[in-house]
Every structure is written in structure tokens, then in C-alpha cells.
Ligand binder design. Structure first.
Ligand SMILES: NC(=O)c1ccc[n+]([C@@H]2O[C@H](COP(=O)([O-])OP(=O)(O)OC[C@H]3O[C@@H](n4cnc5c(N)ncnc54)[C@H](OP(=O)(O)O)[C@@H]3O)[C@@H](O)[C@H]2O)c1
Length: 220
């Protein structure tokens, strides 16, 4: 069996996506910074009959991210699907006139270096498998910069460009790269915005492929 790695796996979208893809038979590698929380998520999934294990990494630390992905592939099987969806830190979201160059270091490490590190770690294995999917998940500021969320707006733009270039570079090798833009708050009380509906959208992106960029709903 092959594995889906979820980078930025928490109790919200991460867990819901793990359930959706786990139901299809993929083993799930949950990756974020705290082993205790990951163990709880993995136990929940195991209790539902899904093979899951947690691997700690900080996406801002390239070695830890490479190590987690390597361990996941060794212990669970080759990574066929990668989702890059860590939740950005609040400190990345400052108004434009209050943002200095150093404020961009964190968002750039988080959204660009981390995404590039993860992709480079898994693409060779996907080439060997002769199939694969990489899913990048972002808020609306990835396509429309927001004046109050400068760090994520700038860094998401870089992540988006990289993901689109990667899409074009690997599509002939049966590897699909997609970006899901979520312009709303997940689980804000409406069915259309539930984590389950977003997870379903991500499943469709994997199963049916289609365009690089998908909007969970049109930008307001
Ligand atoms: N929540 C929303 O309303 C919303 C809206 C639009 C888009 N999104 C997108 O949806 C995705 C997240 O979904 P969610 O909010 O439901 O989150 P989630 O899957 O419940 O959790 C995301 C996890 O990211 C991990 N994380 C944060 N910083 C990290 C780092 N430096 N290294 C490794 N892991 C890190 C956190 O775990 P640790 O703290 O344990 O590391 C957190 O539990 C993101 O791509 C986000 O841009 C969310």
C-alpha cells in the first residue's frame, strides 16, 4: 500500500483529510511539530481502521522535514500523495506598513522553503512509482494579497509560483500538482465550509486531476 503524507496535520482539516484518504486505503503519515498531538490523531484514525502514524517536523527546519518524510516512507510505504497545509502563524499576518524585511523570513521559510523541501523529498519516489499527487492548500491571500496579512500574502505568492512551475514540470510523468484556494474560515458553521467538504474537494483533485488551481468557492 502507498502513503499520503499530510504536512501540517492538526485536528481540523488535517484529520478530516486523513479520514477521507484513509477510507480509500492509503496509509496516513501525519506531520507537525508535537509528537503527543500526532499520537492522539493517529490513535483516533487507527481506531477507525485507518493505518496512521505521526512524525514530528517543523516545516521551517529542512532537515527535520526531510527526516520525517524519509521515516514515513520507510515505515508506512512509498509516498504517493503529499498535502502541504501547515497552518500559518498569526505573527506572519501584519499590516503592510508595519512589516519590515525581517518579518518576511518566517513566512518565506514556512511557505516557500518548506514546500520546496517537501516536494523535492517526495518527487523522486513518485517518479519511481510512476504516479503521484502533490496538493498545496492556501487561503485567499495566495491569489489576492491582503493588506493586513502581508507575510502570508508575499510568501503564498512564492509558494503558488513554485507549485505551478512544478505542475508544468512533472505533469508528463503522471504526477499531478494542484493548489486549493480556501477563501473562507473552515468549519464556520455552514455545510459548504465544513472540513469534510474541503476534504472531499481535495479527494476530487487527486482522483480526477483537472486544473492546477481550484477554488473551494469564488473569491468574495
Ligand atoms: N482554518 C481555516 O479557517 C483556514 C482557512 C483557509 C485556509 N486554511 C488552510 O487550511 C490548512 C490548515 O487547516 P486547519 O486550519 O484546519 O489546520 P489543522 O489541519 O487542524 O492543523 C494544521 C497544523 O499545522 C501545524 N503546523 C503549524 N505550524 C507548523 C510548522 N512550522 N511545522 C509543522 N507543522 C506546523 C500545527 O500543528 P503543530 O502546532 O503541532 O505543529 C497545526 O495543528 C492550511 O493550509 C491553511 O492555510 C485554513
Amino acid at each position: 500500500m502507498t502513503t499520503m503524507a499530510i504536512i501540517g496535520a492538526g485536528p481540523g482539516l488535517g484529520l478530516t483529510v486523513a479520514r477521507r484518504f484513509g477510507r480509500e486505503g492509503f496509509s496516513i503519515a501525519l506531520i507537525s511539530r508535537h509528537q503527543g498531538r500526532l499520537d492522539e490523531l493517529a490513535a483516533t484514525l487507527e481506531g477507525e481502521g485507518i493505518t496512521a502514524r505521526g512524525f514530528t517536523a517543523n516545516v521551517r527546519d529542512q532537515e527535520s522535514l526531510q527526516g520525517a518524510l524519509e521515516a514515513a516512507a520507510e515505515q508506512l510505504g512509498p509516498i504517493e500523495i503529499l498535502q502541504y497545509s501547515p497552518l500559518p502563524a498569526k505573527e506572519f499576518m501584519r499590516p503592510v506598513l508595519e512589516t519590515v524585511a525581517d518579518d518576511l523570513r518566517g513566512p518565506v521559510e514556512f511557505s516557500i522553503y518548506g514546500a520546496v523541501t517537501a516536494a523535492r523529498q517526495v518527487v523522486p519516489g513518485m517518479r519511481a512509482l510512476k504516479r503521484g499527487t502533490l496538493l498545496f492548500v492556501n487561503g485567499g491571500s495566495a491569489v489576492r494579497p491582503g493588506p493586513a496579512v502581508t507575510g502570508t500574502s508575499v510568501a503564498f505568492a512564492g509558494e503558488s509560483a513554485y507549485a505551478q512551475l512544478l505542475h508544468d514540470a512533472v505533469k508528463e510523468q503522471n504526477i499531478h500538482v494542484g493548489q486549493l484556494i480556501i477563501p473562507f474560515g473552515i468549519d464556520d458553521g455552514t455545510d459548504e465550509h465544513s472540513a469534510a467538504s474541503v476534504a472531499e474537494r481535495l479527494w476530487t483533485m487527486h482522483a480526477e486531476r483537472g486544473d492546477f488551481r481550484v477554488y473551494a468557492e469564488p473569491l468574495p
